[in-house]
Write a protein that binds this ligand. Structure first.
Ligand code: M6R
Length: 615
């Protein structure tokens, strides 16, 4: 899971590559490297740490000149993060250079074979094996670079998005992908190759997304050639127009991307339902659903597969689809599902949820579901991502680029899409009355204003954060629709502030976790005035009588919980089903402020990456 950038054209490559790497740091940031070709020599700088460290190093080593360049920001898989294991890697002759995102699973036998043939390795990486394999093939069979890359790739097992450069062919970069994303920006007399389009968005809006098992030969002043790696068939390049702009991917005055993305939620929720939710006319229309409605209506069950925050959105969807559309739903961690020989039939509909659309486990679970005959529907944010292309149909969340590693707007927009789906299916099945349907549509339409109001809890969230920022543990409790929100609140806290946090259904407390409660334990209780309110009040009393510190998320005007809790955060009233869109907001803010106060790197927490393209 890494970010890669390549440039070939008439400009200085270095600034483009460095800026591109900074935009791709969400994919990994434990080490970075750059290679520039100045017409005479390959100049490489590599370092442990972030792209900013690389900038210092390449300036001091003067590896900044040339109009062909490649760069890499790494999330280590094989070999610790250090200078030597950083990419680019060179072949033994020093003529070939590679950047790689992915894993070569059979690198060990390949490495042994290459060592037997006299190759020497300097790093612990699988990538250095691949570049030497390419060199070996090239020399043995006297092949041009493109052909050598193709022959070598047919020998490897694993996943990759690569760029390869050969000093003998200085006007060319060969790119290829299998299981890791790769976009090629097509400019006038210049090309950009990157893990996503953000590194080249200000230079061109024309992009080609390589499909799995495709390779591209990108040559200056020549048309791009794309081939299937396995059988060598030529593929017509499909150039599409990009939908994002530069402003969308910059911080817009906020201190962190995460905060910016939290505050974007009112607008992006609107973007999510725009054109799909026509509340006054009593219509929900979603192309992917309309075209496949019979598949959903005839399904024995719906299986939801996802990871992390997207899995939490899936749990909310389970409640809402079962309640409204009365279709049985099961929610699975994609990583477990893919390896447990699950029972899937052609009567199942699988919904795969993923912000990035690149999560390796989710992608593998989709492939498995398709093999077994299920209809697979994707709910993704990133347009053109692998999952959006691998699924039979789908709905984009339209949240715009999410850069902060901790998902925020992705979660609420996923819930918005899934809620619309549930309501649309319920309408088609006749499991919801016309008046309820209409009421929910009208309520959904005003949710952005309520989210805006919920964002006004920022100051109180900050005050509470200051009190609990040093707590070693924290519990999150919720019931019904707000149980998944409790899980999500706990995940947000642990991933960005490194405080141990657990989410539980409030009623499960008495089956064990209540033993943890003492005067040092902060307990965040999600207690809006809805279905389970009285039960949650009882749970709060149980915590109170054991001296736990209660931070309660309540509906505006609540008095009962206010009397019991140490702190309350008030959010606007809503129906039970739509409450996760509001209750989640103060939890995002709370974890954000705690992380900032603890001096944590909010946007790039340790050990994590935005897009988990390895299993
Ligand atoms: O891109 P995806 O939605 O498939 O990513 C799934 C998880 O990796 C992701 O939600 C992760 O848990 C986030 N760090 C949560 O904030």
């Amino acid at each position: 899971m890494c970010g890669i950038v390549g440039y070939i054209g008439y400009r200085e490559a270095y600034p483009i590559v460095i800026k591109g790497l900074k935009r791709l740091e969400y994919r990994g940031y434990d080490s970075a490297g750059v290679m520039l070709y100045d017409g005479k020599a390959l100049n490489v700088s590599k370092t442990k740490g972030k792209v900013s460290n690389l900038e210092e190093k390449s300036a001091s080593e003067n590896t900044i000149n040339g109009s062909i360049g490649m760069g890499h920001t790494r999330w280590a898989t094989h070999g610790v993060p250090n200078d030597v294991n950083s990419h680019p890697h060179l072949s033994n002759s020093g003529e070939l250079a590679i950047i790689h995102n992915g894993i070569i699973e059979n690198y060990e036998p390949l490495k042994k074979e290459l060592i037997n043939r006299g190759y020497v390795f300097h790093s612990d990486t699988d990538t250095e094996v691949l570049i030497n394999l390419i060199e070996d093939v090239q020399k043995k069979d006297k092949l041009k670079l493109g052909k050598a890359v193709q022959v070598a790739l047919n020998q490897v097992v694993g996943a990759y998005a690569i760029c390869v450069f050969d000093t003998k062919k200085p006007n060319e970069i060969v790119a290829a992908r299998l299981g890791s994303p790769l976009a090629i920006g097509v400019g006038e007399g210049e090309f950009f190759i990157a893990s996503d389009a953000s590194p080249f968005i200000e230079y061109t809006s024309n992009a080609i997304y390589l499909e799995d098992e495709e390779m591209a030969i990108v040559r200056l002043y020549k048309p791009i050639k794309i081939r299937k790696i396995k059988d060598d068939t030529l593929v017509d390049p499909y150039v599409q127009e990009l939908q994002m702009n530069l402003e969308q991917i910059e911080k817009g005055g906020y201190e962190h991307f995460m905060l910016k993305e939290i505050y974007e939620q009112p607008n992006v929720i609107k973007d999510t339902y725009r054109g799909r939710l026509l509340a006054n006319s009593g219509i929900i229309q979603m192309a992917g659903i309309e075209d496949n409605i019979e598949k959903f209506l005839n399904a024995d069950r719906i299986l939801i597969i996802a990871c992390g925050t997207s899995w939490h959105a899936g749990l909310v969807a389970e409640y809402i689809i079962e309640e409204f559309a009365r279709i049985p739903v099961e929610v699975e961690y994609a990583s477990e599902f893919r390896y447990r020989n699950p029972i899937i039939t052609n009567k199942d509909v699988v919904i795969a949820i993923s912000q990035s659309g690149e999560t390796a486990d989710t992608l593998a679970a989709i492939k498995l579901s398709k093999e077994k005959g299920a209809f697979v529907f994707g709910v993704c944010n990133v347009v053109g991502s692998s999952i959006s292309r691998e699924t039979h149909a789908g709905a984009y969340t339209h949240a715009g680029p999410e850069i902060g590693v901790a998902s925020t707007k992705a979660f609420t927009t996923q819930i918005t899409v899934l809620t619309m789906m549930a309501l649309r299916l319920a309408k088609a099945k006749g499991t919801i009355s016309n008046s309820d349907f209409h009421r929910y549509l009208l309520e959904l339409e005003v949710i952005p204003e309520k989210v805006m109001e919920a964002l006004q809890t920022n100051d109180i969230s900050k005050e509470i954060a200051a009190i609990y920022k040093d707590a070693p543990n924290c519990l999150y409790l919720g019931r019904g629709y707000n149980f998944p929100v409790a899980l999500e609140g706990a995940l947000k806290l642990k991933e960005i502030s490194y405080i141990h946090a657990e989410g539980y259904p409030a009623a499960e407390m008495k089956h064990g976790p209540i033993a943890l409660i003492d005067e040092k334990m902060p307990v965040v209780v999600i207690a809006p005035k809805q279905n389970h309110y009285d039960k949650v009040v009882s749970n709060i009393q149980e915590i109170k009588s054991r001296s736990g510190k209660i931070i309660a998320i309540v509906t505006k005007g609540d008095v009962q919980v206010k009397d019991l809790a140490d702190h309350v955060i008030e959010i606007p009233d809503s129906s039970d089903a739509l409450s996760p869109l509001l209750t989640t907001i103060p939890l995002q803010l709370l974890s954000y402020h705690i992380a900032v106060m603890r001096g944590c790197n909010v946007d790039q927490p340790r050990n994590l990456a935005k897009s988990v393209t390895v299993e």
